[in-house]
Design a protein around this ligand. Structure first.
Ligand SMILES: [Zn+2]
Length: 352
């Protein structure tokens, strides 16, 4: 009983402290918002009024959520610390970070989803930083600038800000306001993994081939997987993403995790030839999605699986041998089908 009373007391004390730090953080924001109003340097009259994160040509601001890792996460964690939350800036978006984000979102009248998207970035970065500023918000800016995050806005930081602004064609005043924050966060969005050298031809030609394939009505694409649920990496989604030029997504449940790869142009050309020249109707069951062998060429965008040929399921009378032979003729160096382990109901053709 006594213990309970003590823990209750502790709880309310913690709550009071949290409320106090929340208040101080809010008033800090207020000051900085008015400082920015005086500045006018970033075209904003009041940082508190910015509710939408301007969209830049260089890409969207990274959306962080539970499981995200990396510099952008550390930056968000420093910004949360600057708002009075005790979050370790370890670059791993875990339960504590998500809880702090939810609490911050509640305070900032944002949708409470525990993820840092454009709106939350916009509010989290509502600090105007200039020479003399100190603390975790400075660390956040320094991280995004690629500097050592010592939390002191000195000459080095100012020079780095000015040169960043010049390169980004912003007003080079050495002050980090909304536009500079926005550009800093967007510029350091996690880059898409580069395709492995030799594994792929230029993206543009593969994208164009994917586009051509979408106009071949004899070739269809599975909209689900046999062994996992991930609609963003189905053959259907893969080919559409390729045509859009963003690369095909592997499954987060696979050996390689979630990433984007280019579909090999020789493979795509072979599919067009199978359709146009040889008149085959195929249903592609997988490109890079799904779960395959650990070192599968699927994960590198080099193979397709097909489970229907001319409307007949592979293994149930489909002319799989003919298509397999043609795959080899068209340059495939790894061809499997009924009779090979794990391939009784589909064929697999892979290029190098
Ligand atoms: Zn396969």
């Amino acid at each position: 009983m006594r213990k309970n009373v003590r823990s209750l007391l502790l709880q309310s004390l913690t709550a009071a402290l949290l409320a106090a730090s929340a208040l101080s953080a809010v008033s800090t924001t207020g000051d900085q918002a008015s400082a920015s109003a005086k500045e006018g340097a970033h075209g904003a009259t009041n940082t508190a009024r910015i509710t939408t994160w301007p969209v830049l040509k260089t890409g969207a601001s990274p959306v962080l959520k539970t499981g995200s890792q990396g510099t952008a996460v550390r930056t968000a964690q420093h910004l949360l610390a600057a708002r009075g939350y005790t979050v370790k800036a370890d670059g791993v978006y875990g339960r504590k970070t998500a809880a702090a984000v939810r609490s911050f979102q509640q305070r900032a009248n944002l949708k409470v989803d525990g993820a840092v998207g454009p709106q939350t970035w916009s509010k989290l970065t509502a600090f105007t930083l200039r020479t003399g500023a100190k603390g975790p918000a400075v660390k956040a800016a320094q991280l995004q600038l690629g500097l050592r995050a010592d939390g002191v806005f000195g000459k080095n930081t100012k020079d780095a800000v000015t040169s960043f602004q010049t390169r980004a064609q912003l007003k080079a005043d050495g002050i980090v306001g909304p536009k500079t924050w926005n550009t800093l966060v967007n510029r350091t969005a996690p880059a898409r993994p580069a395709p492995k050298p030799g594994a792929t031809k230029p993206a543009t030609s593969s994208a164009a081939l994917a586009h051509q394939l979408l106009n071949k009505h004899g070739i269809t694409y599975a909209r689900n997987h046999s062994e996992t649920v991930d609609f963003s990496s189905t053959a259907y989604q893969n080919i559409h993403d390729m045509a859009k030029g963003i690369g095909a997504a592997t499954s987060g449940n696979s050996h390689v995790g979630r990433k984007r790869v280019q579909l090999n142009s020789d493979m795509l050309r072979a599919l067009i030839t199978l359709h146009d020249k040889y008149g085959y109707k195929l249903q592609i069951s997988e490109f890079v999605g799904g779960v395959h062998g650990k070192n599968s060429r699927h994960y590198r965008g080099l193979s397709f699986d097909a489970n229907y040929i001319n409307g007949v399921h592979v293994g149930s009378g489909a002319p799989h041998k003919n298509v397999m032979k043609l795959c080899t003729t068209l340059g495939a160096t790894e061809v499997r089908g009924p009779g090979d382990p794990g391939h009784n109901t589909h064929i697999h053709c892979a290029w190098k």
